[in-house]
Design a protein around this ligand. Sequence first.
Ligand code: ASP
Length: 343
Amino acid sequence: MNKSVLLIYTGGTIGMKQDPVTQVLQPFDFEHIMREVPELKKFGCKIDSYAFSPVIDSSNVVIEFWVELAQLIENKYEQYDGFVILHGTDTMAYSASMLSFMLRNLEKPIVFTGSQLPIGMLRTDGKENLISAIEIASTYDENNHAMVPEVSVFFQNRLYRGNRCTKYNADAFEAFRSPNFPPLAEAGITIKYNKKDIIYPKKYGQKLEIFTKVDRNVAVLKIFPGIRKEYVRAVFNTKDIRAVVIETFGSGNAPSKSWFMEEIEKASKKGIIILNITQCLAGSVNMSAYATGQSLKESGVISGLDSTTEAAITKLFHILGNESKNEIIRRLLSKNLCGEITI
Ligand code: ASP
């Protein structure tokens, strides 16, 4: 039976057009994309479209946008076999991470894609990305189970788990990388699926669950040599803050100066959750490796292991939005909820 895909256009370079006077790129309407990719009509599956209004540059993504997107998918979930979301690359990894926490019991593919060059341009990467994303979103196996029932990102021949990738290059067509987790699929002459790393439902036929409660009282503190006490203090004393992601050196190390550790301890005692992730693009936090990490651990800092910044922030948004007890929050942060960390 022919599969059906809902193509959701939220904005981003893929659909942008150059203003003839200022040369600035501005989001354009969805018809423009359909006109530029007549190949879409040749697909063996039914493709319907839905455009956000207004379409946005993804730098303008807000929490309400994620809620709208999750609710749209929930409302259309029974009608379609797969979903492709056209989204700006700038915050695509945040949106894909957030949606992975918001949509649970997924049995259908949700594929984010976009492009570095607008779809109307001669050398655009948008066509390839869009066509492969639709193919992936409509691919089911011989048991009629989706090949990739996850929130994913397709970019330049690779399909990544949404909560494992990060925007890596502002210019190249290889805009994304997933340094700590292998691609879920690679597109060459055929699309090869990496089935051993794809998360499949333990039991089929479960109802899609959506979580739209989000608490954004989260901050990120990137550590650097020479960091000032006032700055660290200001972050931990931000009004209503409930959690701080600290981006530390190497395998999770931070300065061992007494003023720094005192700020961490004070915040921890106040009940602020502190999640430690590394500034390195690849690898994991191991707070037992060096004394500078060990003291963080002793102060109650939680290891974010090999989480991306995008996954750490959105995981906190999600957990804080749904839980009030620190004990439960800490336990959930250490758990692999939907493939975002390696345990
Ligand atoms: N600024 C654009 C956006 O994220 C960039 C892109 O689409 O690649 O919406």
